[in-house]
Design a protein around this ligand. Structure first.
Ligand code: NAD
Length: 429
């Protein structure tokens, strides 16, 4: 892949290791030919609107002072306020946050939410700090980025190593400055602070909705359909439960504790209970353990990577024996693997569409906060179903129109919407 993008890379990116931002630039180049008269605006996508780097100085429990580097990037605000999570990780870089913010622009546009794309992060290993230290880091970071976030400017949410409690601290810090409680400043809050019903299972439910649509398009009957899932947490576990409820068989599951298989279908409720009690699927009763590297070659109808990025690579893509892949995780398929799978005729429902259920219900949370009127879980699930189904249908129609993969179609759909907004707004001044 570096070969393909060398000529387009800015001088600060190494061709040997373009990183996430280099990958995004390549994705823009791939869709540019489909942008028609909007193509003169394509470079807009290669320049995040605003990137903020902040120092986060914090007094640690032992009295010493530590400095952490924090980021907030707003990639595109053309279609509405920025939206995107905050990641706490020791390896977070500005380049990574830029790419993640750009993928949020794409994701919100694919599903038609009135948002742009943003992302934040702090370069910190949260396992090394106490709860009190993490609270102080979160509050100081919130304070430092408060000049660019806002209920109608940019709305953070949780991501890797951040959760509902982190959002509660962010909301409280921002509200203290505003002089009034501002629940809509973040999403993914605890229910008691204005969080939304249905948010926890929204991403897995979205994976299920588009998975069902893709199976229907491929003429696959859900009754007895075979599904393998990597990751049995929030996303993978919810998707497994919903697919089982409509008659599918979950034949294999892999998580960080093991890989289990049952050709007749695993007992998903019992497995969810086992994971609840032990933290992973390894050692679950009445299951057969298999070697981790056998997982990708299992014959299955639908494969759902719902754990980590970069899992399906050029080294294992050839062995994949699935008809459909639904990307619950972000970036589980490398660009080289994507090419191999496309050649093999595997249908891939890309992450920017497949896992957009989470940001969709985050949008519902923000709408409910703004209107101070809260919906039932049934109402939320119905609205989620409508948005995800419409998005799938629109991307699928674009794929047929241009004869391209669903991933390219998702980028065409999203970039067209972003650049159309850009063109209509024009340049200021
Ligand atoms: P989670 O922490 O609830 O579950 C993660 C799962 O991955 C666990 O089952 C864990 O055992 C498994 N895992 C970890 N390391 C592994 C390894 N080396 N090999 C195999 N399995 C491993 O996380 P989640 O919320 O379910 O998120 C899963 C993925 O979905 C992530 O990529 C996340 O970025 C993406 N995602 C989540 C949401 C959301 O709303 N939760 C939204 C969009 C995308």
């Amino acid at each position: 892949m570096p070969q393909q993008i060398t000529s387009h890379l800015p001088s600060y990116l190494s061709p040997d290791n373009p990183g996430p931002w280099g990958i995004f630039l390549e994705q823009v180049d791939r869709v540019a030919p489909y942008m028609g008269e909007l193509s003169k605006w394509t470079d807009t996508l290669k320049h995040p609107e605003r990137s903020l780097i902040v120092d986060v100085p914090v007094r640690l429990d032992d009295g010493s002072i530590a400095h952490f580097e924090g980021y907030r990037v707003q990639h595109s605000l053309n279609r509405g306020p920025g939206k995107g999570g905050v990641r706490y990780h020791q390896d977070v870089t500005l380049s990574e946050v830029m790419a993640l913010s750009a993928w949020m622009s794409v994701k919100t546009a694919v599903v038609g939410l009135p948002y742009g794309g943003a992302k934040g992060g702090i370069r910190v290993d949260p396992r090394k700090y106490s709860q009190g230290e993490m609270e102080r880091i979160t509050r100081r970071y919130t304070n430092e980025i408060s000049s660019i976030i806002g209920v109608n400017k940019d709305i953070p949410g949780p991501d890797v190593n951040t959760n509902a409690q982190t959002m509660a601290w962010m909301m409280d810090t921002y509200s203290m400055h505003a002089g009034a409680t501002q629940p809509g400043i973040v999403t993914g809050k605890p229910i008691a602070l204005g969080g939304s019903l249905g948010r926890v299972e929204a991403t897995g439910r979205g994976v299920f909705i588009v998975g069902v649509a893709a199976a229907k398009d491929a003429g696959i009957d859900l009754q007895g359909v075979r599904i393998s899932i990597q990751g049995f947490g929030n996303v993978g576990g919810t998707a497994a439960r919903l697919f089982t409820e409509v008659g599918a068989k979950i034949v294999a599951v892999q998580d960080h504790t093991g890989t289990i298989y049952d050709a007749n279908g695993l007992d998903v409720p019992a497995l969810l209970e086992h994971v609840q009690q032990t933290g992973g699927v390894g050692g679950a009763a009445n299951t057969t353990a298999i070697a981790a590297d056998e997982f990708w070659a299992i014959e299955t109808d639908i494969l759902i990577p719902a754990a980590l990025e970069g899992q399906i690579t050029k080294d294992n893509a050839e062995t994949v024996r699935a008809r459909i892949i639904v990307e619950g995780a972000n970036g589980p398929t490398t660009p080289e693997a994507d090419d191999i799978l496309n050649q093999k005729g595997v249908v891939i429902v890309p992450d920017v569409l497949a896992n957009a259920g989470g940001v969709t219900v985050s949008y519902f949370e923000w709408v409910q906060n703004a209107s101070c009127f809260y919906w039932s879980e049934e109402e939320i699930n119905q609205r989620l179903e409508t948005i995800m189904s419409n998005a799938y249908n629109s991307v699928s129609a674009t794929a047929s129109e241009h004869g391209v993969s669903l991933r390219t179609a998702a980028f065409i759909t999203a970039c067209t919407r972003i650049l159309e907004a850009r063109q209509l707004r024009g340049l200021y001044p």
